[in-house]
Structures are given as C-alpha cells and as structure tokens.
Design a protein around this ligand. Structure first.
Ligand code: SF4
Ligand code: SF4
Length: 182
C-alpha cells in the first residue's frame, strides 16, 4: 500500500485572557457589524459570533466565541466556579445548541459560528482581536500535521490482503467488533 505523506494545515485560534477583559463588548459590536448584510450596515450583539458572559458585580467577564452547531443538548455538563461563584452549566459553552439562544440568528434561529472573519481581501487579524483595546484577545496560527486518508482502492487492497491472511469470516467478525466500539 502506498504510504501518503502527512501534510500540514494551519489551525487558527483566538487566545482569551479573561483577566484582561473589561466587558466593553466592542468585540460583539464589530463582529456583528462585520457579518451584517451589507457589511457594516448594522451592529447588533445578538448576531455576534463572540459573546461576553458578564457579571459586573463580581467584575467577571468571559468572552466566548461560537463553535460548532450541536443538534442535541449534551448529556454531561460542566460546572464552573470562579471566585467562589458558581456559573450556569452552559454559560461558557461554544456550541450553538437547542437548549439556549446564544449563537443563533435572532430572526431565523440559524446557528452562528466564528469564521475567523474570513473575507476577500483578508483581514490582517480577526476583527474582534483588532478591536479589543484591552488585549484580552490574541490571534494565533499554528501548523499541525494532517493525516492523509488513504484512497478507497488502497483500503480495498489492504482489506483483501488481510482477508487472505485471516479469512473473510474472521475479517468480518473483526470489522463488526470494531464498528460496535465506534
Ligand atoms: S473587546 Fe476585549 S475587553 Fe472588550 S469585551 Fe471584548 S474581549 Fe473583553
Ligand atoms: S474572529 Fe471574527 S467571526 Fe470570529 S468572533 Fe471574532 S469577529 Fe467574530
């Protein structure tokens, strides 16, 4: 079987320093304006792909940017205790999910996801990072190895070789067992 070389891909992230965030919400404003149609025609934090969980009395502000859409509520949830105060178990989750209104288009209910402000021409850095004067948000790119998937015909050749060695019945048993494990 031909062994494919691993390729590199760039992973983009925003590092969040909650100790620097002052809750100004400039990130929410610029994110929603950037994604408005036409661009910059309106600003509505409810449409932003970054939201700041705010607790002004405790001086706690936690920016959270939107991740993947989840079709169902998750079964296991986390509890957060910050400075002795317990926060809602879904508060800092990045998912757009059926159990809450965060990260959904207010009119259509469609899920919102951070796209790192991809645009043509590209922005030098995501807009929320550029607008965060407190330096609570830092844009980072890192290269990671990407495993190449073998082509289907290569998988077939590999399976045939395996069947030749252990027999088709045994191979089917093994595949069924692996499928059960998920
Ligand atoms: S712009 Fe920066 S300081 Fe202001 S709320 Fe957003 S992350 Fe916090
Ligand atoms: S990177 Fe862009 S899309 Fe993502 S939260 Fe920041 S402003 Fe919004």
């Amino acid at each position: 079987m031909k062994v494919e070389k691993n390729t590199k891909k760039v992973v983009k992230t925003i590092r969040i320093d909650v100790n620097k965030c002052n809750g100004c919400r400039a990130c929410e404003v610029i994110c929603s304006a950037f994604h408005a149609t036409p661009r910059y025609s309106s600003a509505n934090p409810a449409r932003a792909r970054i939201r700041v969980i705010r607790d002004p009395l405790a001086d706690i502000y936690v920016p959270v940017y939107a991740g993947e859409y989840a079709v169902a509520e998750c079964a296991g949830r986390d509890r957060y205790v910050i400075d002795g105060k317990e926060y809602d178990e879904c508060a800092f989750c990045r998912a757009s999910c059926p159990s809450r209104e965060f990260f959904k288009e207010p009119d259509s209910g469609l899920p919102l996801k951070c796209d790192m402000c991809e645009s043509d021409p590209p922005e030098p850095e995501p807009l929320c990072v550029q607008w965060c004067l407190a330096d609570a948000l830092t844009y980072e790119e890192r290269e990671v190895e990407e495993q190449q998937q073998p082509a289907p015909e290569e998988i077939e050749v590999g399976l045939e070789a395996m069947a030749h060695k252990v027999g088709w019945d045994k191979l089917q048993e093994m595949v069924a067992r692996m499928a059960k494990r998920g």
